[in-house]
Ligand binder design. Structure first.
Ligand SMILES: O=C(O)CCC(=O)C(=O)O
Length: 263
């Protein structure tokens, strides 16, 4: 199952999956609505000065938001992730809701996710699931093969603030936007039910939401495979999981109550 997707995922660090989550969209919509009405402690508004065209995000709520919890445990996602990642097991890391309102001009800057996280693993996969139709012009984009560059780029919040990680060898990202022709940039027009699977090391970014009709709601479910361990990055991470540092050191297995195996 999904052999072709597994091969593309290995090669490009990203693969599009068409239509497999159609039946799960209404449930995820209720999850995003509940999240908006009842934000968690890590909720971020990236456009505080605006009432229209907002960009907000939240994460690490899947254990309390019933719709997200049900998706993680009962949808085919974990088995699909296992097949694409090629792992023996799949565990949940966290979910991340990313909401761009109608006409939101706010860009998601180029970045890759691994250096933000207090985990170290080779088997990693985010499943980015759109809940609205998205044109190619508004689509999230990926640099094919960037997961194999052997680099960790300095994490930066979506508002531009850099994270300092003591003792790390993180580099600055190259200027991708002014040299797009130098990269193999992949992106797809999307329908609700599609999903994009990508490695935590794959560089990605997204334009604003150019649609005048739809918001651009997405939920990115982030998974780990067999080899995940805790990693102290020497500074703030995102998500922070500030309590983990109290009882874990780099290389320790992750606690199963917080990051359960689901397949
Ligand atoms: O949805 C976006 O604009 C960015 C998503 C992203 O960076 C992620 O899911 O890792």
């Amino acid at each position: 199952m999904l052999k072709n997707e597994h091969e593309l995922f290995e090669r490009d660090g990203v693969v599009i999956i068409r239509g497999l989550f159609k039946d799960w969209i209404p449930l995820l919509e209720t999850g995003v609505k509940e999240n908006e009405q009842n934000p968690g402690q890590w909720f971020r508004d990236y456009t505080p000065a605006q009432t229209e065209g907002k960009f907000w995000a939240d994460y690490c709520n899947w254990q309390r938001i019933h719709a997200f919890n049900t998706f993680v445990k009962d949808s085919p996602a974990a088995e699909i992730v296992k097949a694409i990642m090629g792992s023996q097991s799949v565990r949940m890391f966290h979910e991340h809701v990313l909401f761009k309102g109608v006409g939101s001009a706010k860009v998601t800057p180029w970045h890759h996710d691994a250096p933000y996280y207090p985990v170290d693993a080779k088997q990693t996969l985010s499943l980015w699931i759109p809940l609205d139709p998205i044109s190619r012009e508004s689509a999230i984009e990926f640099i094919a093969g960037s997961h194999l560059w052997g680099k960790h780029f300095k994490p930066q919040s979506f508002n531009g603030e850099y994270y300092n990680h003591a003792g790390s060898k993180q580099e600055m990202l190259p200027d991708i936007d002014n040299h797009r022709e130098d990269y193999n940039i992949l992106g797809w027009a999307l329908e609700p039910g599609d999903a994009i699977a990508f490695n935590y090391l794959t560089i990605h970014g997204a334009p604003g939401n150019l649609s005048k009709e739809h918001s651009r709601r997405a939920v990115s479910f982030r998974w780990l495979g067999d080899d995940a361990v805790y990693m102290n990055r020497g500074g703030k991470t995102s998500p922070q999981y500030p309590h983990l540092i109290n009882f874990l050191t780099t290389g320790d297995p992750l606690p199963e109550d917080e990051f359960p195996f689901v397949a």
